[in-house]
Write a protein that binds this ligand. Structure first.
Ligand code: NAG
Ligand code: NAG
Ligand code: NAG
Ligand code: NAG
Ligand code: NAG
Ligand code: NAG
Length: 784
């Protein structure tokens, strides 16, 4: 498929980290890449519009204003939403994981850039839902890296000691992210994050591409930007060049054969030239680092280690800038390409009950401050409250208290729109319904729980109205304590929240002086209207479509397998007809069959190229009608001499024993005469059968069906052994010491049952005196 992904078979959970990578040049228009950042955005979003120009595939608006991708599917033009495209990738990953693990995959942890807003996160969760994957957590990239770092560290400080501060820096394909984390033994807390969402490896590639485009234009009078395939090739070559320059500071050549108009192009560059070219990009590295230190109030001396990950951190100048900022060497102990995916795998294992993993608690930070806005009832004014400050611990729940006589609306938004790399600062509107005044006309007390959940998504999760209930008992009900944080984290105590809400006058707490009133909480419905929410109907339609496509893929695979089976048969048989099978088919049949094989081969490449599965199955049957008898004659001829030889050997063996019996050999003196006569009779009958068979077979040529089949010979062999073996192996009455009593034990180590079912047994183990004491059918004497 489409993207390069990191996928680890750590657990039966699905792990993936979207690393946008190589374009597929040959199917440029039908290869969808770099789509992660289209999640949760409008088609007319300026970021989408800017990206659109660089893509080799078509972006189109969806009916709901979202981003659609136009591709050819089953020879028809189709438009898929970005959620559907990600769902296809997830399906592929799920199948890959399942085939490696040999069990079904149901749970996953998916990484997202820490700067993803709610709309982008929800859109990615929808993609997981389309595939039926249970996403246990959307994990911020840098938090995944931190978990991957912390869980293996044995030397982290004890809880009472000062925590260790580590900064993680990730420059991937399209973004630059940094975070500072505090580590305790078995605990990590994200202190802050910063980022440049538009600075990544691809910007460095872009600089090279622009440089060489200009050079090719002046040197060869060709414009690579005029042809998408040429441009994609140039991108690939520049990426390779960039990698080479990371390890080699001398001039590196760039050569592309038949680049455009049958022209070979070439150029060169060295590292210092490259760094000069990218000076403005390198300049941008410092900004997020400064922001991080400022937010967290950390000094560079506080930072114990700086861990870097992401492909673009392999560029020496990038590494140098980071090291220079912190005044220390950067560490590269984590796997630069897989650190995020590994972190997700670990998180998945921790969250999944199916695995025992060391407890390691992860407290993330809210990247953007979130505020709530509401109308006050008294005047036509608005109240605003920042419910989650920047870097507030997450997941986290808070309870807010309002005093209202009727339903009211809360609007959530990012309070610092300039800091959010997304055009829309609104998160959603929530109407708290069914609110009514108390019986005495007073305002009701309404408690609203707001939450940033484990995916980093904000919600107004519950609301309840506190209704006083008359009661004789003088019971003081602690209302606030009834609200529990699902995250087992300290809730901001409600007096705290209340104090912070400047809900203007008229909103006094009425029951403060009425301690003897019992209350009950009535759940209130909440109507949420979120920015960029896929409707239920659309989501269900996507689920259905994905199911159909998975089925279609399966059918297509079966059809292909059936076709390949025909093709394979044709080639294999033609090879053998001019080799081992040659003698086993008469000239006339050979002519006919060869012609059929050639005809079938031609058919496969022409009218039979694209047929239904059953057509291929039938075709194979037709071929086998002619092929199987030839195959059978060949196999018979291979087996027959061996089996006859074996039969002859056994006949001689029993005849010899009978002769020794007649000569009064001591070994067989205990055998009854009548018994031995049965042996002699059987031997002579089988000898006669064999002689007839051999002479009948001698009259047959190899291209005729055999006169005697190997299965018949096997049958005779079995019959002979069944009659003779019990007689000749019967134990001698005990007289002497046991050791002398069983001379047969060495010789009669013989498989009576398995004979003939297994070709190897026909090799007659007795001939070389081998002894297999462990064989099931070893005939052994009673040693007692
Ligand atoms: C995008 O389209 C929506 C309506 O679909 C409109 O409200 C919005 O202003 C547009 N944004 C831009 C940047 O054009
Ligand atoms: C480490 O433990 C101390 C004491 O329990 C606590 O105050 C601090 O927040 C912990 N640090 C982290 C990173 O959790
Ligand atoms: C790198 O290329 C520039 C420009 O071609 C040249 O001046 C410089 O000497 C080269 N440096 C090395 C180390 O080759
Ligand atoms: C650096 O690249 C040049 C040009 O391709 C090559 O000749 C040289 O061997 C390389 N040096 C190293 C250390 O790889
Ligand atoms: C390249 O080939 C195209 C079509 O064959 C032609 O139109 C164009 O002028 C050629 N460009 C150059 C620079 O030769
Ligand atoms: C409740 O909040 C107030 C005001 O912020 C604070 O002084 C008090 O210590 C808090 N109480 C608890 C139990 O956290």
């Amino acid at each position: 498929e489409i993207l390069a992904v990191s996928l680890l078979g750590w657990s039966s959970c699905l792990i993936f980290s979207v690393l946008e990578e190589d374009f597929q040049i040959t199917h440029a228009h039908n290869t969808v890449s770099n789509f992660k950042r289209f999640h949760g955005r409008a088609f007319n979003d300026s970021f989408v519009q800017k990206e659109k120009e660089k893509l080799s595939y078509d972006l189109v608006p969806m009916k709901n204003g979202g981003v659609g991708v136009k591709v050819m599917y089953m020879d028809e033009e189709h438009i898929f939403s970005v959620e559907q495209i990600s769902a296809m990738l997830l399906t592929k990953l799920k199948e890959t994981a399942e085939s490696n693990l040999k069990k079904p995959v149901t749970d996953c942890v998916i990484s997202v850039p820490s700067f993803f807003t709610d709309a982008e996160r929800r859109s990615l969760l929808d993609a997981a839902q389309i595939v039926g994957l249970n996403c246990l957590r959307l994990m911020n990239d840098m938090t995944a890296v931190a978990l991957n770092y912390g869980i293996y560290k044995q030397d982290l400080p004890a809880p009472e000691e000062k925590p260790r501060i580590v900064v993680f820096v990730d420059m991937g394909h399209s973004a630059f992210q940094v975070s500072a984390c505090a580590f305790n033994k078995s605990k990590l807390k994200v202190l802050g994050t910063a980022f440049d969402p538009f600075l990544g490896g691809r910007n460095f590639d872009g600089k090279l591409v622009d440089y060489f485009c200009a050079e090719i234009k002046s040197k060869y009078k060709l414009d690579p930007k005029a042809k998408v395939r040429a441009l994609l090739r140039l991108y690939q070559e520049c990426e390779k060049l960039k990698k080479l320059m990371s390890s080699n500071s001398t001039d590196i050549p760039l050569n592309i054969e038949c680049f455009m108009n049958d022209t070979d192009v070439s150029g060169k560059m060295n590292r210092s030239q490259f760094e000069e070219l990218c000076a403005d990009l390198l300049q941008r590295i410092e900004m997020p680092l400064l922001s991080l230190m400022e937010q967290t109030q950390l000094k560079v001396e506080d930072v114990t280690a700086v861990e870097i990950v992401g492909g673009a951190t392999r560029i020496p100048a990038v590494k140098e800038r980071i090291a220079k900022f912190f005044g220390k060497d950067v560490s590269t102990t984590l796997n630069a390409d897989e650190a995020i995916a590994r972190g997700c795998a670990l998180q998945c294992a921790i969250l999944s009950p199916a695995f025992k993993v060391r407890e390691f608690s992860v407290t993330d930070a809210t990247p953007f401050p979130i505020s709530l806005l509401w109308n006050t009832e008294a005047e036509d004014t608005e109240g605003v409250h920042e419910v989650f400050s920047k870097n507030h611990a997450a997941p986290f729940s808070k309870v807010l208290t309002f005093y209202r006589k009727g339903p009211f609306e809360l609007e959530a938004f990012y309070s610092d729109p300039n800091g959010v790399p997304y055009p829309e600062s609104r998160i959603g509107k929530y109407v708290i319904q069914n609110v009514a005044a108390q019986k005495d006309g007073e305002k009701s007390k309404v408690k609203v729980k707001v939450r940033v959940n484990t995916h980093g998504i904000f919600s107004v999760s519950t609301a309840s109205m506190v209704e006083p209930v008359k009661s004789e008992e003088s019971e003081d009900v602690g209302v606030e304590t009834e609200v529990e944080s699902q995250d087992q984290r300290p809730i901001e105590n409600s007096s705290d929240v209340k104090n912070k809400i400047p809900d203007k006058k008229g909103d006094q707490p009425p029951e403060a002086k009425k301690p003897k009133i019992k209350v009950k909480n009535v759940e209130l419905p909440i109507e949420a209207n979120l920015v960029w929410q896929l409707g239920k109907d659309l989501l269900n339609m996507y689920i259905e479509t994905e199911g159909k496509m998975i089925m279609q893929d399966k059918l297509e695979k079966e059809r292909n397998d059936a076709k390949n089976a025909v093709e394979e048969y044709v080639y294999e048989f033609r090879d053998k007809l001019s080799g081992p099978y040659e003698k086993f088919v008469c000239e006339k049949d050979l002519q006919g069959f060869s012609a059929l094989l050639t005809e079938t081969e031609g058919w496969l490449y022409e009218e039979g190229e694209d047929e239904a599965k059953q057509v291929y199955v039938d075709k194979l049957e037709d071929l086998k009608k002619l092929g199987t008898p030839i195959e059978m004659r060949y196999q018979e001829a291979e087996e027959r001499p061996k089996l006859l030889e074996e039969l002859e050997y056994r006949l001689q063996y029993y005849a010899t024993i009978a002769g020794e019996f007649r000569n009064k050999d001591e070994k067989y003196i205990h055998i009854d005469e009548m018994e031995m006569m049965k042996v002699e009779k059987c031997v002579s009958e089988v000898v006669e059968w064999m002689n007839n068979a051999v002479s009948a077979q001698a009259k047959k040529s190899l291209d005729q069906d055999p006169a005697v089949h190997s299965s018949e010979i096997k049958g005779k062999l079995q019959e002979l052994n069944n009659v003779c073996e019990p007689v000749v192996t019967q134990p001698k009455p005990k007289v002497d010491s046991p050791k002398e009593e069983n001379p047969l034990n060495e010789q009669s180590d013989y498989k009576t049952e398995d004979m003939g079912d297994d070709d190897k047994n026909s090799e007659m183990p007795q001939q070389n005196g081998e002894c297999h004491p462990s064989d099931q059918n070893t005939i052994s004497m009673d040693l007692d």
